[in-house]
Design a protein around this ligand. Structure first.
Ligand SMILES: Cc1cc2nc3c(=O)[nH]c(=O)nc-3n(C[C@H](O)[C@H](O)[C@H](O)COP(=O)(O)O)c2cc1C
Length: 345
């Protein structure tokens, strides 16, 4: 067979696979994820203002907090903490714990019950050395015995959906990965999200969506694919390569907060209006939300973080990002952004 014919055959098989994919909601315990599109937890980004912006477009099956350190959680005041502030509309909302040991489970779970969490996610994928130093994040995949105790303890203490988010491990080792994932399932994890990269792989690398297909073969619980989804076509390709039960969107949704709505509409047939987007208006709404929700000293950093990604909607977006990065106040950033929008209609 010529290479060309082989490629054509592969492409045909590929689209057949997509057509047969089970595009349906996920039910985990009492929680229905419809559509099965999840917000990725992202430090400095997935706070109440961003969640509300995404909700405005629709299509998000499960919202998320950023990672919450179990050491700091007890001293956070939920009415003023930028990590915990939320509105009643932000549902269902998963809270992600950055946790290192079974001893920290009880207090954190009790707090999350009080806060009205709809699901609890355990961070087992963060590669940051500062996090690893405390034995949390991706380091957990190197300590399966400790993780088993942690998950068992959490399972004993909550009836909420309990989920975990992992990367693929420090190296490609299928036996190790399989044994870790099945251990999570056996101890009562209800759903697993997989960022399809090895621990030390950078975001610039192509995600290994096909590795998620292997994990799907091993598990009965729903598996969510994460990494590198920036468009409806990426979502389609990722589902085709991974056979995942749902998708988790991170940076793609920060650049384009209407991406959930587009994917929900195009791939899951969700009945929502086609997103009508005005970038300056969206940006203005985001600033209004920051101003309404957070104390002044908490606003600017979050605006800069968001702008870093959002600016990619513009050909000369690096200029917007630079002007906001170098602003000393939200007011200054707002004025500079207005000038940019005026010149880049
Ligand atoms: C700024 C930033 C902060 C992040 N913070 C977290 C976090 O708090 N918890 C977590 O599990 N992953 C975190 N991640 C990883 C994302 O959840 C996600 O796995 C990763 O960005 C790949 O998905 P994407 O290509 O859709 O962005 C973060 C990523 C970014 C870019």
């Amino acid at each position: 067979m010529t290479l060309w014919r082989a490629l054509r055959k592969r492409r045909a098989l590929h689209s057949e696979t997509i057509m047969q994919m089970p595009l349906r909601p996920i039910q985990i315990r009492n929680l229905r994820l419809n559509p099965p599109l999840l917000m990725a937890p992202m430090a400095g980004l997935t706070h109440s203002a961003f969640r509300q912006i995404c909700l405005g477009f629709g299509g998000v099956g499960l919202l998320s907090t950023e990672m919450l350190s179990t050491k700091r959680l007890p001293s956070e005041n939920p009415t003023i903490s930028p990590y915990l502030i939320r509105t009643a509309s932000e549902k269902p909302l998963s809270y992600q714990l950055l946790i290192a040991s079974a001893e920290d489970v009880a207090q954190s779970v009790e707090i999350l019950h009080r806060l009205g969490a709809d699901a609890i996610d355990l961070n087992m994928g963060c590669p940051a050395p500062t996090v690893g130093k405390f034995g949390a994040g991706a380091m957990l995949m190197e300590q399966p015995a400790g993780v088993r105790r942690m998950v068992a303890e959490a399972r004993k203490l909550t009836q909420l959906p309990l989920t975990a988010k992992i990367r693929l491990g420090t190296e490609l080792d299928e036996q190790k990965l399989k044994s870790f994932c099945t251990m999570l399932q056996d101890e009562g994890i209800d759903m697993l999200s997989v960022h399809a990269r090895l621990t030390r792989e950078s975001f610039a690398r192509r995600p290994r969506w096909e590795s998620i297909a292997r994990i799907k073969e091993w598990l009965r619980i729903p598996v969510i694919a994460n990494g590198g989804i920036f468009s409806v076509q990426d979502a389609r390709d990722c589902l085709g390569a991974s056979g995942a039960d749902g998708l988790m969107l991170g940076r793609g949704a920060v650049i384009r907060p209407w991406l959930f709505a587009e994917i929900a509409h195009d791939l899951y047939g969700t009945q929502i209006p086609e997103p009508v987007v005005s970038l300056p208006e969206l940006y203005g709404n985001f600033i209004d939300l920051l101003n309404g929700l957070f104390r002044p000293e908490r606003r600017l950093g979050r605006l800069k973080e968001f702008t870093h990604y959002f600016a990619r909607n513009y050909k000369f977006g690096h200029r917007l990002a630079f002007r906001v990065q170098s602003s000393d106040s939200v007011d200054e950033a707002t004025e500079r952004a207005a000038v940019f929008f005026e010149k880049n209609r």
